[in-house]
Ligand binder design. Sequence first.
Ligand code: NAD
Length: 503
Amino acid sequence: MHVSLFFLSRGVFVQSYKQYINGKWVNSSSKKTFTSKNPANPKDVLGIFQEGSSSDVALAVAAAQKAFAQWREIPAPRRGDILLRVATLLRAEKKKLGALVTREMGKQYIEGLADIQEAIDVAEYMGSEGRRFFGSTTPSELPQKFCMTVRRPLGVVGLITPWNFPIAIPAWKIMAALICGNTCVLKPSSDTPLCALTYVQLLEKAGIPQGVVNVVTGDGSVVGDALVAHPHVRAISFTGSKDVGAHVLAHAGIKKVGLELGGKNAIIIMDDADLPLAVEGVLWGAFGTTGQRCTAASRVIVHKKVQKQFEHLLLKQVRGLQAGDGMRCNFGPLVNQAALEKTEKYVAIGLQEGATLLFGGKRISNKQGYFHEPTLFTRVHPSMRIAQEEIFGPVLSILTCTDLADAICIANNIEYGLSSALYTQNIRNAFLAIEHLDAGITYINSSTIGAEVHLPFGGVKKTGNGTREAGILGIDEFSEVKTVYIDYSGKLQKAQIDTFVQK
Ligand code: NAD
């Protein structure tokens, strides 16, 4: 990666990073830059990055278009070999990269390592997919005619990613796009540019040819908009908030668009649940990544018979969370000042709405970073804003239910539909929940988080527009199907006409 030292302030030098276009590390035409900071200690500046322009996007798309002609000709199993090399390189650098994730976006180190493991898993999964990449065959309605489908790449795809899985989410998109034969332009979050650039440097090392993967860093409303509007970009794969996702969809024109948006995920705890197990799941789901996961559990719907006991056990666990730098503590900061303020705003809203504050509720002011206490609200009514809107911070709302039907009704009464979970010992209730919870993912006796790369990932309602990432359906997002008919009868056969059976 091409870097140079840059004088930041008295006695402080940081590295200045370039963008990656057509296999070269280049400055932006805007001549503007921005910084990325450690959210646990904003005085720790990770580097200076290029504020990309629409001209940079045009150059990156042109490079990707040129590279597409060659990349699509490489047989899918050979493309897969390169992806498998990516997995090997990631594995060798897992600790270093995990620490980088923690430093740039704040999650605790074991989760930083998990980010890298997910990138390894998806490289191996998609790399192996190069040897499948299945179409289908089916009999024709006519004799001596063969029918099949084959998969084709889309062309240049634009990938827009958030900061909360700063290596895993770009990896999910890039690996799926490449195995299908596409070339791409990545626009990573401006909160985590170094993670994205470091990952792409590793792709370069693995032998991905120039122009196949390009990165333009910078503002969403400049770089993102230019990518979405570009006429030679055939598809956009976007992961981020609902409002920006809606904006992307409105401006993409006739492009294929994949949207993976927000969530307001619920864990239901029935009166027959293994309560200590459920409490562990709630703690992990609500406060892992400091609540900044699209699949975070931000609501618990607990049976009123066990509510008191549940709250007692949960409080004990929450008190054990240790806020601080993710390299040493198990509860990291929010990603930036705006996220901290948003969390504070929702705590104030919860209090105004009449919810009872059970724990936390304040920013942690004796630390340098963007820290907020893990926060529990109880006596939350399902219609309250803290039970309806995505906070994306460490705030958990506890609601009560009388039975499973009531719980499912509360769980479904929101605009999102990403993840959901039920704790019960009752198999009948488990299957009823699987059938009736409006969500793309349902966990039984496990928390709302913990997706594996070989299964499809995505949500219903305003969490997305129906696409799924990862697993075999991740291939659908980045390929299109051609239908092929081969007639070897030697005569003109007419479908729907020749097949008519004369009586
Ligand atoms: P965000 O919507 O603010 O930004 C996401 C990306 O979009 C960033 O790269 C940003 O720069 C870019 N962007 C901003 N304005 C744009 C525009 N006008 N045109 C094109 N791109 C633009 O989201 P965020 O704060 O980075 O991430 C948090 C959100 O992402 C949460 O809502 C979370 O639920 C969601 N998320 C969803 C999933 C999922 O798979 N469903 C996974 C992770 C995060």
